[in-house]
Design a protein around this ligand. Structure first.
Ligand code: HEM
Length: 408
């Protein structure tokens, strides 16, 4: 154990087999044992603080003077090997993600404005079109694997369209985006190709503006540089893809397996909205997030936090904090006070949560409209969660349905 972490001798490991099972149960156990701020060990037994309390997360995210985002503050860099598996999440890049203060406001504000300029009705049309095209690729088969063939493709397709990429370039870009976020070999090369394609896109828009996100960023009064735009477009692509893809996948799983939702699955519109909301409370896609770094010595829920300590934000745990929902069997309904989009300056920026909801709603409605008798083709307990402490999502969601007649 690195020196300076006396409270971590009995810390819970936040990696390994326990995070593939029922993580909500794990969080309940950690909360019972340690309270709302717990000592945990990340991969390789690297110590960190796990913030599980709803109020404590609110306090941390809204207090950016004390809990800041620039990872270069970390007091454990000397202990982190160059092949540490979590480096992609904490390795510093000159992007909006790690910017702070005025610099962050300038860049996040420009991103928010560029995204907010999207016509919502046009976005719905784009989402429906993409979802329909994807359904068509498997509708005649009578079976599909909805995570790889559908849920994870949709957000990347939508973002590529709102970035203004020509339709012919999008399938390759989507393949690269998915590969770049994978842990498999080839991820770095795929990431480089995505970077290069976005670099070229911004260069094209410098010559000639269009009605798209890169053009709006170039024209924004914040005066972003070329490199800032490229890297922040990359961040948006990555930030949208996995969470929204898993939101779609987790919601479909819930609709296929939970009677409360499955009874209305065929006519699915109102139940899709409810299921999407329920998932944000119970199986939220970004279940934990790295994080914030303490700028100075302080106390949090009785814990002594040192300057440079890493705090992992436990959004899923906060959503099931008994202090917030005492004895409530279901936390969803119309209640949208969940923590699933983070909070404060570095929370998922307006209007991204609204755009994600449009994308996810359309994905579910189009699927149910086109394949009204779609159902799981395996038993519920055969569905496997990916062993990621950050993302809550399934490996596969195999389904069956009446095949559509062949198109002539
Ligand atoms: C169109 C889809 C989305 C876009 C464009 C998007 C974009 C972003 C961006 C740019 C950030 C970094 C903000 C910053 O550091 O200032 C971010 C953070 C975040 N996003 Fe999203 N996002 C999307 C969907 C989602 C979804 C579906 C979820 C989960 C349900 C989600 C959860 C989060 C969380 C938890 C953070 C970190 C919040 C924090 O640190 O407090 N996002 N998102």
């Amino acid at each position: 154990m690195p020196p300076g972490y006396p409270e971590h001798t009995n810390a819970t490991r936040l990696y390994g087999p326990q995070i593939t099972g029922d993580t909500n149960e794990l969080y309940t156990r950690i909360r019972q044992e340690h309270g709302p701020v717990a000592p945990v060990l990340l991969d390789g037994d690297i110590p960190a603080w796990f913030v599980l309390g709803y109020r404590e997360i609110q306090h941390v995210t809204s207090n950016s003077q004390l809990f800041a985002r620039d990872c270069r503050r970390w007091n454990l860099w000397d202990h982190i090997p160059s092949d540490w598996p979590l480096l992609p999440y904490v390795g510093w890049t000159p992007s909006v993600m790690f910017a702070e203060g005025e610099e962050h406001r300038r860049r996040a504000g420009a991103l928010g404005d560029a995204l907010d300029a999207l016509d919502r009705a046009e976005l719905v049309t784009i989402c429906n079109e993409i979802a329909e095209e994807l359904v068509e690729t498997f509708a005649e088969d009578g079976t599909a694997e909805l995570i790889s063939q559908y849920a994870h493709q949709i957000p990347a397709y939508v973002v590529a369209r709102i970035f203004g990429l020509p339709k012919s370039d999008i399938p390759q870009l989507v393949r690269d985006v998915l590969d770049s976020l994978d842990t498999a070999e080839g991820a770095a090369a795929a990431h480089q190709r995505v970077h290069d394609r976005l670099h070229q896109l911004v260069a094209d828009r410098q010559q000639r503006r269009r009605r798209d996100v890169p053009s709006r960023l170039l024209d924004h009064p914040a005066g972003l540089t070329f490199d800032e735009i490229v890297i922040d477009l990359l961040v948006v692509m990555a930030a949208a893809q996995a969470p929204t893809g898993n939101w779609i996948g987790n919601t479909l799983r819930l609709m296929f397996t939970d009677d409360t939702f499955s009874t209305t699955v065929q006519g699915g519109r109102s139940s899709a909205t409810e299921a999407l909301n329920e998932v944000l409370w119970k199986q939220t896609p970004t279940q934990n997030f790295i994080g914030r770094w303490a700028t100075q010595r302080c106390e949090l829920a009785g814990r002594r936090i040192q300057a440079g300590d890493l705090l992992v934000l436990g959004f899923a745990a906060a959503n099931t904090d008994p202090q917030v929902q005492p004895g409530q069997p279901t936390g969803s309904g119309e209640n949208r006070a969940q923590m699933s989009f983070g909070g404060g300056e570095h929370g998922c920026p307006f209007p991204a949560p609204e755009l994600a909801r449009i994308i996810a709603t359309s994905a579910i409605e189009v699927l149910l409209d086109h394949l009204p008798d779609v159902e799981l083709s395996v038993a519920e307990d055969e569905l496997e969660w990916r062993p990621s402490v950050w993302m809550r999502g399934l490996f596969e969601l195999p389904v069956q349905f009446t095949p559509a007649p062949p198109t002539t």
